[in-house]
Design a protein around this ligand. Structure first.
Ligand code: AMP
Length: 412
């Protein structure tokens, strides 16, 4: 199928051609006609499937006829809510790229940076707003943005939005938009919480499901190394020296793990950036830009910090730690092998992570190739390594104080 067959208008077809998209991806084939029919949709698709264009192109098409503002200036007619700043910026860039032959204006607002420049842009008038929930509500409260004219609301990465505790914000934003708006809810996974939200806010939605497992597995060559936990760093260095080529994301489960590995790789003269939730907005943006612009070739990140990040020419994913949620593995490896290209995924599995491999393989309905020929093999009988507690600890097991429980930060 071609984009033309999807009845896209010429200015959008030109932009699509400029982006070198030859044909629509499956999610685009399914979603574009339904958005143009003004349907509410529940879209289950991960990043990398082309879902941003799937909602952005028909939204732009719907607004095209009214792209020239009347005297009072432009009103925000489409709103995309996204959980992370990086993702919001990327969605905004996509809208701008697809609307380059129109007069439609897109702007992005997110927290962690000064409000004034964002307010100035809003005052000038825009058609499409991409926003993170907190800053959106904040600016709405200050009366600098009006959601009364929203025709289409997109809630992107809804599962992550709920995981990050944005449920009330999301519901509030939905209520602030007019009742008769079109609503598109996108989510990489469909846990019960997302289904519940969908039941409450969507009207007779059509469901679109793009199987992440099949699409991720198709273009990615996946291999697995069993290795003692204490040798993971050595094996990682060995693989970077001998096996892994090109632009690579290394996933770690914790922020501490990210920082530790970054130090080791820097000491070994690798060009590295890192991303996690404790970094400031400008540090995160810098890390992302360095990696995107090839100043660094390795990005180390936690799952949440890296979610949704779109790097075109990623060659490899290294799972330094295996995720305990199998869908997360699918998201991770889906970062490579995008849009028809091939990619490689390398996973390091220690004795305590073996159960994760079982559930990942069950979800993906495949057996990941095990590489046995490497310098740090794991004894198949090895038991998980446990950190021995120092004797005489003043903390008794299971007796955390209320204050320490409150202090506990999110791991990402
Ligand atoms: P997304 O799933 O929206 O994050 O998109 C993933 C990547 O696929 C982005 O780099 C897009 O620019 C690219 N892309 C989107 N649609 C197409 C298409 N029809 N053909 C080729 N690449 C595409």
């Amino acid at each position: 199928m071609s984009f033309k067959a999807l009845k896209l208008i010429k200015p959008l077809l030109r932009a699509v051609a400029d982006n070198n998209y030859d044909a629509p991806t499956p999610v685009q084939e399914m979603v574009i006609p339904l958005v143009l029919e003004k349907k509410d949709l529940l879209i289950s698709a991960q990043t990398g499937t082309g879902k941003t264009a799937a909602f952005a192109l028909p939204i732009l098409q719907q607004l095209f006829d009214r792209q020239d503002a009347v005297k009072k200036g432009k009103k925000i007619k489409a709103l995309v809510v996204s959980p992370t700043r990086e993702l919001a910026v990327q969605i905004g860039e996509n809208f701008k790229a697809y609307s380059s032959y129109t007069n439609l204006r897109t702007s992005v607002i997110f927290g962690g940076t000064s409000k004034e420049p964002q307010i100035d842009i809003l005052k000038k008038g825009i058609d499409i707003l991409v926003a993170t929930p907190g800053r959106l509500l904040d600016l709405h409260k200050q009366d600098v943005l009006n959601l009364d004219y929203i025709e289409t609301l997109v809630l992107d990465e809804a599962d992550l939005m709920l995981d990050m505790g944005f449920i009330d914000d999301v519901k509030k934003i939905e209520r602030l938009c007019p009742d008769n708006k079109q609503l598109l809810l996108c989510s990489a996974t469909m846990p019960y919480k997302v289904e519940q939200l969908a039941n409450v806010i969507l009207k007779n939605p059509e469901r679109i499901e793009i199987s992440p497992t099949s699409s991720a597995a198709k273009n990615v060559h996946q291999v697995l190394y069993y290795v003692p936990k204490r040798n993971k760093i050595e094996l990682c260095l060995h693989l970077l020296r001998n096996t892994i080529k090109g632009k690579t994301i290394i996933f770690r489960r914790t922020k501490f793990g990210v920082d530790k590995l970054e130090k080791t790789l820097l000491k070994n003269n690798y060009k590295v950036s890192s991303l996690h939730g404790d970094k400031t907005q400008s540090e995160r943006q810098n890390a992302f830009n360095e990696f995107k612009n090839n100043k660094t070739t390795i990005l180390i990140a936690t799952d949440v910090a890296a979610r949704g990040i779109d790097i075109d020419d990623l060659d490899a994913v290294l799972n330094f730690d295996l995720p305990n949620i199998p869908e997360t593995y699918v998201h991770r490896i889906g970062r490579t092998g995008r849009a028809g290209k091939s990619g490689n995924s390398y996973s390091l599995c220690s004795a305590d992570e073996k159960a994760y491999v079982v559930s990942i393989q069950k979800l993906m309905l495949l057996q990941i190739d095990v590489i046995e020929d490497h310098p740090y093999p794991l004894d198949p009988k090895a038991k998980p390594e446990v950190h021995k507690k120092k004797s005489g600890s003043k903390y008794k097991k299971g007796r955390k104080s209320e204050a320490s429980k409150k202090k506990k930060k999110r791991w990402y």
